[in-house]
Write a protein that binds this ligand. Structure first.
Ligand SMILES: CC(C)(COP(=O)(O)OP(=O)(O)OC[C@H]1O[C@@H](n2cnc3c(N)ncnc32)[C@H](O)[C@@H]1OP(=O)(O)O)[C@@H](O)C(=O)NCCC(=O)NCCS
Length: 195
């Protein structure tokens, strides 16, 4: 008896990019992913799920803010993860060598395929290309996977805030990290245009 050929199942393909414009479908995917991140207990500081219009306003707002650089992770083209870099304000000359990494998340259905690591690598690459020498970040102490990821990528834990966040009436400590991308740039920022 001859075997019926089975359709090949291929592995989903994760990709990461810096986003300057959101296509309408992308905005929907981003909102869906945000929904699942918040429902899963760790998204953007929200504890309760906001209305869809609120999330839409949030993402439209991010796109208009010059101090925010948005990154998305896709699985087979569908947005399922995101992260942002916040650049220092123009007046903040004293800290103009450092960016802050924030709101890193991957929707539960897309986890474990390397997307978060790819997003962090991409953010480091962009930060370096833009002339920044250090990245700061903070994370709830309860986010074990994120902490393991950051520490495996060389982020240095320098302090813990005991009253960092309050979720469902429970106070959660938060960890603060930094990573130096270019030690020489800490002393003098190369003269290139800021984003
Ligand atoms: C943290 C988070 C972004 C990781 O996303 P992800 O795309 O699944 O991560 P990756 O697939 O890139 O995996 C990163 C590392 O974590 C490990 N990992 C992933 N899921 C894991 C799990 N459930 N348990 C243990 N380790 C895990 C991976 O093995 C990988 O390590 P490796 O590269 O050495 O093999 C995701 O779990 C998430 O969104 N969590 C909730 C929000 C959050 O914590 N955000 C960070 C706040 S700043």
């Amino acid at each position: 008896m001859t075997e019926t050929p089975q359709p090949k199942t291929s592995e989903p393909v994760p990709t990461v990019e810096l986003v300057t414009e959101l296509a309408p479908g992308d905005l929907d995917d981003l909102i869906d992913a945000t929904d699942s991140a918040i429902s899963d207990g760790g998204g953007f500081g929200w504890v309760r799920l906001p209305a869809r219009e609120v999330l839409e306003r949030y993402w439209r707002g991010v796109m208009t803010m010059p101090s925010r650089i948005l990154f998305v992770g896709r699985m087979d083209g569908v947005i399922c993860g995101t992260a942002q870099l916040i650049t220092p304000q123009k007046n903040n000359e004293a800290q103009n060598f450092a960016v802050t990494m924030t709101t890193v998340f991957v929707a539960p259905w897309a986890r474990g395929h390397g997307l978060a690591r790819m997003m962090v690598e991409k953010m480091e690459e962009v930060a370096r290309d833009e002339g920044y020498s250090a990245i700061n970040l903070d994370v709830r102490e309860s986010q074990d996977v994120a902490i393991k990821l950051y520490e495996s990528m060389g982020y240095v834990h320098f302090g813990t805030h005991p009253f960092y966040a309050r979720v469902d009436g429970k106070v959660i400590p938060g960890r603060y990290y930094y990573k130096v991308l270019d030690p020489s740039g800490l002393k003098e920022r190369p003269e290139i245009d800021l984003v």
